[in-house]
Unconditional design. Structure first.
Length: 517
């Protein structure tokens, strides 16, 4: 019996891999001494590379679209809990396919800061409060290798051991490495796991962040090519994943995961960068409340604006259809409430989703929970059914669908797909839905058309400039794709209803792209 108990104990120790708390601190101290973290209070480094535009893939099989990064400087101050980051984005040699305001014209300069619980961006000398990203930026301080060590040594970590093979080749050539994983809860919210290799270096840090489309979204950094600078070991290759790169995990259909790749060109240990203080405007700022404004476009037809992303509500005899459910649950709930105010006692039966980019997809789960059927292009069917409209638990920011899954929809009526053309009608009003072919912004793009009102509803292909602004030197490929599709389908719009910006006459659009008669 004693032998069996000893064997069982050995098996459980191997299976779980949990090591005593004292051993965790021993490992942390050894790694910290090896990496030179003990005497490091801050660091500044420079780099070049690329940024992946998360949630903006051209199609559901593509990786996040990339743009080039230059003039990158980041200063991380572990003592002050602050970070200053500067970078310049250009299109570079990467193809302009997908979202993220591509193609980038010229240079897009970004300056981001965080200090304690306050985040802001700089536009010249003017601070722009960014309270909605403060937690993420504070997290990024402690996802650096030396930052994690400092947080773990001050916290209550656990140590797990296991064998990993990684991406080391086929079955015959796979070499398993025994790895140590230090696990810690940061900022009272994020479960963070750091992998320590046999050289006592942190090679990977992984956690999850909340996302309105994917729920608990994988967020990880791989560190490699370590060099020594003034006694401090520092990685010269950063590679970030946002969403899983493991084919055994979701996403099975949405292929994006590579979100940042930096080659470090210079490291200055204990160079803290600019001394930051929180501007009064930032300290007093809060996340603004969602605002929905209704503009009547016709009988039973409303333009729901009030933010950066819009929707359109269309009344039918016994129900309402909404074109677009963007951003997140908060926006979706506000739009739903406004629709019910405009059309009491009528359910929202359909939501037309123009495309799969996260900023236009973030509210569909909330409409789905409300009882609406999602109308989307057929290329997005597997991604939506298997991963977006799933009932998987969300632990960081649970939404209504994850908390209260509507099992009555389980037979599959929650999603209707469009190949080329479809329509929503009650025999009186007609809302047509068309596939926008050969556009560079998103494969599976849909536009909606009200033939009786001659109104064209579209997203991201054409966003009107400010009134009286000069037209561009030449139209974009996305604008020309919109025009060509309208002509090919034989539509005859008089008004364009963009899901960003403002409504404009079709004649103004034609003039904008140089096609005015």
């Amino acid at each position: 019996m004693n032998v069996r108990l000893r064997l069982l104990g050995a098996f459980l120790a191997l299976f779980g891999g949990t090591v005593a708390a004292q051993d965790v601190q021993d490992v942390l101290q050894a790694v910290s001494a090896n990496m030179g973290a003990d005497n490091l209070s801050c660091v500044t480094y420079t780099a070049t590379g690329y940024v992946g535009l998360v949630g903006q893939t051209f199609d559901i099989r593509s990786d996040w679209p990339r743009v080039a990064v230059s003039n990158y400087t980041r200063s991380v101050n572990y003592t002050a809990r602050s970070m200053h980051e500067e970078r310049v984005l250009t299109q570079g040699d990467y193809p302009a396919r997908g979202g993220g305001r591509q193609p980038i014209q010229g240079e897009r300069q970004q300056v981001w800061r965080v200090l304690d619980d306050y985040a802001w961006n700089m536009q010249g000398d003017n601070p722009q409060p960014a309270p909605n990203v403060a937690s993420r930026r504070q997290l990024d301080i402690w996802l650096t290798p030396h930052g994690f060590l400092k947080a773990a040594m001050a916290g209550d970590p656990t140590l797990i051991t296991r064998y990993e093979s990684g991406a080391l080749g086929g079955l015959s050539s796979t070499v398993q490495r025994r790895q140590r994983i230090i696990s810690l809860t940061l900022l009272n919210r994020y479960r963070v796991n750091a992998t320590v290799n046999s050289d006592n270096l942190i090679e990977r840090i992984q956690t999850w962040i909340p996302n309105p489309v994917r729920g608990d979204l994988n967020y990880e950094v791989e560190y490699s090519d370590w060099q020594t600078y003034d006694g401090v070991k520092f990685p010269t290759h950063f590679h970030h994943h946002t969403d899983w790169d493991d084919e055994t995990q979701a996403p099975n259909y949405n292929g994006g995961h590579n979100s940042l790749d930096l080659r470090i060109s210079g490291v200055q240990p204990n160079e803290c960068g600019p001394a930051l203080s929180v501007p009064d405007s930032v300290r007093q700022a809060s996340v603004p409340p969602v605002r929905v404004e209704s503009e009547q476009l016709g009988a039973g037809l409303y333009y729901l604006t009030g933010g950066s992303h819009h929707s359109v509500a269309v009344e039918f005899n016994d129900f309402v259809a909404v074109v677009e459910a963007p951003q997140n649950q908060a926006r979706a709930l506000a739009v739903i409430e406004e629709v019910y105010q405009l059309f009491p006692n009528k359910p929202i039966r359909y939501v037309v989703n123009t495309h799969h980019h996260f900023d236009h997809l973030g509210g569909v789960r909330t409409f789905f929970h409300e009882g609406a059927t999602i109308v989307a292009h057929s290329t997005n069917r597997n991604f939506y059914k298997q991963e977006v409209l799933s009932y998987a638990p969300w632990t960081l920011e649970p939404d209504l669908l994850s908390l209260h899954p509507p099992t009555e929809f389980a037979e599959g009526y929650q999603l209707e797909t469009v190949d080329i053309k479809s329509a929503i009608t009650d025999g009186t009003r007609l809302l047509e839905v068309y596939y926008v072919q050969s556009n560079p912004h998103s494969e599976g793009m849909l536009m909606a058309y009200l033939p009786a009102e001659r109104m064209l509803i579209e997203a991201d292909l054409f966003t009107p400039s400010a009134p009286n602004a000069a037209p561009p030197a030449q139209p974009s490929a996305a604008q020309m794709a919109l025009y060509e599709n309208v002509m090919a389908y034989g539509l005859n719009p008089s008004t364009v209803v963009p899901l960003h910006g403002r409504t404009v006459p079709w004649s103004e659009f034609l003039e904008f792209i140089g096609q005015a008669e």
